[in-house]
Design a protein around this ligand. Sequence first.
Ligand SMILES: *Cc1c(COP(=O)(O)O)cnc(C)c1O
Length: 417
Amino acid sequence: MIPRLKPYLGLAELLAAISFSDKDDVEEFEKAFAEAMGQKHALAFPYGRTGLLLLLQALGLKEKEIICPAYTCVVVPHAIVYSGNIPVFVDCEPNGFNMDLEKAEQAITHRTAAIIATSIFGYPVDLDRLDKIRQHYSNVLIIQDCAHSFAAEWKGRPVQREGIAAIFGLNISKILTSVFGGMITTDDEELHKKLKALRDRRLQKPTWKKSFRRLLYLLAVYLTFWGPVYGMINRLERSGMLNHFVKYYDHSKINMPEDYLDVMCNLEARVGLANIRSYGKIISNRRKAAEYYFENLGNQDARLRKQKAESRCLNTETCGLKPSFILPSKVDGATYSHFVVRVSDRDAWLKWGIEEGIQLGWLVEYNIPEMIVYGGYGPASFPFAAEYARRTINLPVWGGEKIAEKVVKVIRRSGVA
Ligand SMILES: *Cc1c(COP(=O)(O)O)cnc(C)c1O
């Protein structure tokens, strides 16, 4: 069975987890992370969402509107709400998964304090468009959400550097992992000082029990993703086993994990530090897999796509187009945390994939404003996000060309692409 995601965890990370040092591992990891992202400072947190929460507070924002994508990880608005601010959702752009920056600009009011610009699935935010907003509204802060993208580039400009700060997530489903964990990077000296002081005041040292639990979790991850075991586990996955590892939200509540105010564990920092050494390899695997899909799944669908774009039609059934398999766009500088294909019947695809030995992902599978806690809007209010939430699948990209080749063979056999 080919898993839908697989953290890049090898012997180095395992040894790092079980080795002990008297150095401050978290600080080491921060230094290496800042350097890898080309930024002056990085600060570690137990989760990316904790970083965002404290960042908004360090920036002194309260009862302000924070513009963010409707189609993003739900922990983002959760952190905004926890910080005492108000998330304002914006739909995706018509031909991509990122937030529509035209609509984001229209959403700015006198209460807007920040825009969270997310490079979802590793697609870099359009920095040319973002520059215009920054020129018109110099008082609105830009926070880059790089949890999916890490160092994605827009026309050669790394996105993480284009704002007051950038946030990153480091759980096992992300491009880089430190078991759990998150980072904030910034080039702003004053913000760095403030955020560090706030963090050191608000976060408490984890207990040894927690570090031990993290170790057990990591060992379970190794075991789960070990080839012979994964096939077996996959049967359990259908009843939610893998979800147990990567589940991070509850649709009915705005909440945070119990330990969201703990300092990142040293063990996690050591794993992250080992993992970051493979950053180049990890990204190149993803890009190669994406390239392979672009080349080999052809685009006999280009015609359909064009037709669709022209008619601006979102629903393949009602506009009379054939049910289709629509490849995502190819963008230079994207890091492809996910390779996201639009299909007309997701459930059928997921089921078919399992039968063929390929686990297909389905992320992000919700449109946040549709959740009751975020207003319970109908799908028509955010049509693109609603469409993507319902009709996308992810092809595995973690394994470079080798895995992509296997997946393409199976898809070709099916006659879809
Ligand atoms: C994962 C993720 C985060 C941070 O998530 P945590 O689980 O809190 O580390 C933030 N934004 C996006 C888009 C994400 O996918």
